[in-house]
Design a binder for this molecule. Structure first.
Ligand SMILES: [Zn+2]
Length: 155
């Protein structure tokens, strides 16, 4: 990504908005010449499959990710539901972009979980710790005998 005015790649995203149609609009600001411009990315997640721990595959549904994050966030009494929704939308957008950028067609649930944790952390620590607790307890439950190092790897 280069500034269309001066050509530098020192650009900051000042606003991100996604539409139901699956387009992400970003308002960007050049850190060098201070001009603003917008970009849009069409999201294509069709055909991306999630491989579950059982080995079964299912279609990747971004709304499930969104709901999962909302669920974790809504347990917090410190965040309003609007704040949770806003954070969850931001995180889901990041996840979608990440998957699209990686050009992967399959993703394991465990990897998706790690990806999520990685993306949630900079957006909301509050949601991060709640989601992490949920994710880890789920993992412990399913893989009681996993070596501890593997669990630590999820950090
Ligand atoms: Zn510029």
């Amino acid at each position: 990504m280069k500034c269309p005015f001066c050509g530098t790649s020192q650009i900051k995203v000042v606003n991100t908005r996604s539409t139901i149609a699956g387009t992400i609009w970003r308002r960007r600001k050049c850190l060098l010449c201070h001009n603003n411009f917008s970009t849009s990315e069409m999201l294509s997640l069709t055909g991306v499959k999630v491989i579950k721990r059982s080995g079964k595959t299912e279609r990747f549904v971004a709304d499930k990710v969104l709901l999962g994050i909302c669920h974790a966030g809504n347990e917090s009494k410190r965040l309003s539901s609007d704040q949770v929704r806003e954070a969850a939308t931001k995180i889901t957008d990041r996840i979608k972009s990440e998957i699209i950028r990686s050009k992967r067609k399959t993703i394991k649930t465990q990897h998706l979980g790690k990806l999520l944790l990685h993306q949630i952390k900079p957006v909301s620590l509050e949601i991060y710790y709640r989601f992490r607790a949920y994710f880890l307890s789920n993992l412990h439950y399913r893989h009681r005998k996993l070596p501890k190092t593997l669990i630590n790897d999820l950090d």
